[in-house]
Design a protein around this ligand. Structure first.
Ligand code: ASP
Length: 453
């Protein structure tokens, strides 16, 4: 049995939904179909999820969803018309959204959640109606009915372990099950969503739940590339990756597959196959537990902007018991999460995503660290990019760090910091944002271009 997930761009128009139909019917093992809300048809288009969020916020502010409601309904109507579906499905969708918008029994956060999740929910109804109209045995299944229980954390729900037993029961059902991605239900019965792009997470949970043989994740690229194609032209495609490699790459800017979506598939040992709806014959990328062949130590290079580093130095820090705890305690009080923590004998740097901090409380934090920890020096550096060089092959390969450092030096990039050794499959370089593209290009040339030549 295969669980197949289609992203928003794969469902953005009638033409796209027809491609989805062809893919699903091409393989009788494709039994569970997870859908996103309609995404962008062209670069400046607006995703239905974003329209719904704006709609819910406007209703909370003014009591009226206005144009946003109409635009959402128009998106579904144009897809239904292209597919030759009757108006009945649009009435179902429109009634559902009106009901959600009129329901004032919830607090604001849960109200927004239920409206936001309706993008996927109503799209699943539409896709199921289309499949049926083409003579397929297919039905829409709501996540509540399927037993997809999640924690009550709006916008970042986590699946509850007890969900898996109920999901296994889906195996018994006949025909194709069309299930909306992106959300589940709390024990109290509220709708709560995963983080953005979370339909990938639903697919992975369902793959684990029904113990699928494979989780196929259909998107709009032929494969996961070894580097961001926006930085390096025509990069090498990756055929096979381990879960750990994918996790490291998707964490640092590889948006092809949600970084939280790997865990459920990984726990059940289910391979994830990233494929292209617009080119289903392309081999895609498989994400697996172990891969045998490596063509070199590095499988991919990822990078992301928007980091800052708080540098703290204090003479004899290495002997002071509890220094790290007190430092992290201050961050915790401000609800800050950190990404890396490279340290020396008398100094330590904390790397964080800078959008978590406002200027005001940044000053306050630095002051508190200086005073409460009696630090000699505390300073912050902004606008850093982190570059992750990832590959299982690095473990048993001598000289990868020296090749990377040499490539960066040759292209004139100053390395602001390095974190190597804490992960077995990656090394991290911090560089100034302005140097990011040059750094990535030089690393790519070192590890990939030369291999091809
Ligand atoms: N539609 C949701 C979003 O835009 C979830 C998804 O597409 O996976 O984030």
């Amino acid at each position: 049995m295969k669980v197949v997930k289609f992203g928003g761009s794969s469902l953005a128009s009638g033409v796209q939904v027809e491609k989805v139909f062809n893919i699903v019917t091409a393989d009788p093992d494709r039994k569970v179909v997870v859908v996103s809300a309609p995404g962008k048809r062209y670069p400046d288009d607006i995703k239905v999820t974003d329209l719904l969020i704006a709609c819910a916020e406007q209703v909370l502010e003014t009591g009226d969803g206005g144009e946003y409601f109409d635009t959402v309904i128009q998106r579904y109507t144009s897809i239904a018309n292209e597919l030759g579906l009757s108006n009945e499905i649009i009435e179902i969708i429109s009634d559902d959204l009106l009901k959600l918008l009129a329901d004032r029994s919830k607090d604001s956060a849960h109200f927004i959640e239920s409206v936001k999740a309706s993008g996927e929910d109503n799209n699943a109804k539409l896709v199921a109606a289309y499949f049926k109209s083409r003579g397929l045995e297919a039905e829409y299944v709501n996540p509540k009915e399927a037993g997809l229980l999640v924690s009550d954390e709006p916008g970042s729900a986590q699946v509850l372990p007890e969900a898996y037993d109920s999901l296994y029961e889906l195996r018994k059902r006949s025909g194709i099950l069309v299930i909306p991605g992106f959300f589940g239900y709390t024990e109290k019965g509220d709708i709560v969503t995963f983080s953005r792009s979370g339909s990938d997470i639903t697919g992975s949970i369902l793959a684990n739940g029904v113990k699928a043989d494979v989780y196929e994740n259909f998107t709009d690229v032929n494969a996961v590339c070894s580097v961001n194609p926006g930085i390096v032209e025509n990069p090498k495609e990756i055929r096979e990756l381990t879960y750990r490699e994918m996790r490291e790459l998707s964490y640092a800017g590889f948006s092809v597959f949600h970084d939280e979506a790997l865990m459920p598939a990984f726990h059940a040992g289910i391979p994830v196959h990233v494929r292209n709806t617009n080119n289903p014959d392309a081999p895609g990328t498989r994400i697996v537990s172990e891969r045998k062949n490596t063509n070199g130590p590095v499988v991919g290079i990822a990078s992301d902007k928007g980091f800052c580093s708080i540098y703290v130095s204090k003479y004899l820090m290495n002997r002071e018991i509890g220094f790290g705890r007190k430092l992290l305690q201050i961050l915790e009080e401000y609800q800050l999460s950190y990404e890396h923590l490279p340290s020396g004998i008398d100094d330590i740097s904390i790397i964080l995503r800078q959008d978590q901090m406002s200027f005001l409380f940044e000053k306050e934090i630095l002051q508190r660290i200086k005073n409460e920890l009696e630090a000699d020096e505390v300073k912050i550096q902004h606008n850093l990019s982190l570059i992750m060089v990832v590959g299982e092959g690095m473990r048993c390969n001598v000289g990868t760090m020296s090749r990377a450092a040499k490539a960066l030096a040759t292209s004139g990039v100053n390395i602001e910091m390095i974190n190597q050794g804490s992960s077995e499959v990656s090394m991290m370089f911090g560089v100034k944002e302005a140097d990011e593209n040059r750094a990535v290009q030089s690393l790519y040339n070192e590890f990939f271009a030369r291999v091809i030549a």
